[in-house]
Design a protein around this ligand. Sequence first.
Ligand code: SF4
Length: 392
Amino acid sequence: MREGDDGEIAASLAEYGFTPGTGESVDLPGDVVAQLSDLGISSEPSHIAGYRIVVTDKCNMKCSYCFVDTNTGSPDMTEEDLRLGLDLLFEVNRGRPEVTYQWFGGEPTIRPDLMMAGDIYARELAEKFGVGSIQPTVVTNGAKIGDKLIEHFKEFHYGVGVSIDGPPPTNANERVLLSGKPADERIHRNIERMLEAGIHVGANVTPTRWNVNQLPEIVDYVMSLGIKFLYVNTPIPAHGTWIAHGPDLARNLFAARMRALSRGGMLFSHLDRIYQALDSRRPRVFEHLQGCGGVNAALLPGGRISMLDLNWKDPRFVFTLDEVRADRSLLGRAAKQLHPFDGCKTCPALAVCGGPSQNERLLRRTEVPTQDFCDFFNEGLALAVSDNTSLQ
Ligand code: SF4
């Protein structure tokens, strides 16, 4: 409990069933593992809930924090590979009310032909496999979106996530064209055209050393563009280190979320794992799974599928479509070892973290989490527990 709360928050929490415990020492990892087992929570996915379709590694920007090796000269996905990859997605998700997938790159709008052909085929597969509806989404830098693609987004009810790191001077630190020129004017025009067409547009913000202390102001800026939905990425350790001071990031995200809510918007981030765990009283230790129990995977060119959606190179996690079809247990390959180091065994954030993900460990090339990573979760937990605004 944070200083100055005088027991009021503890009393409120008690009303909602949170108890201070018996005073006996807690077997922290043991209790969390027992709770997972009591609640039937396992690391085995029930289906594919997030399918990141990597159509190309070509990109018209080169952001230093990007975890993708772009413009390597590797061939794009072929239409045949795409169809086979979608076949697997719908086979695994047979009979589900909805199948979602995400066009990704590089910059996926460099291959609008594949996106359009894939959506039309996905519609056919939904019919064939008794799936209620499809929900395509795309992650784009927004610089190259033509009229035909906007029409297509509208027809297929897309969710379009445009990557923006802040107002033009902040955005220009990373998000410039390969020529070195900013693309903000063009991006703003495309956002406006999509919003006018009634398309659901969100903003993906990546925390960097330039914007991490301006997140609430960035919410204002993004909302001034007409966007009400923001997603702040986890600071991906693409080059082996976290770019952010953990507690500052948690505090700034918390403030940014409040700012968005106060203005009628929504902001999601890694903190939501904490809110979801507190809200549902269910541990959220397996981040390779979504709340529905489905796994996040990536479909790669060449008929391969990676069970890590941020790291596509490690052969221990990359399989052919036929291998996955023959052995569905491979879908659970991204499960991590819980509480892998001694610090986890006494960590208050254990039930909302569980230890670093396979993505995090591989990108950082070490088993041990950084202090910033752990401090982020601990500060985020303290903020959420002491938040008496009922906005968890
Ligand atoms: S925050 Fe750090 S110490 Fe706590 S469970 Fe996660 S990795 Fe372990």
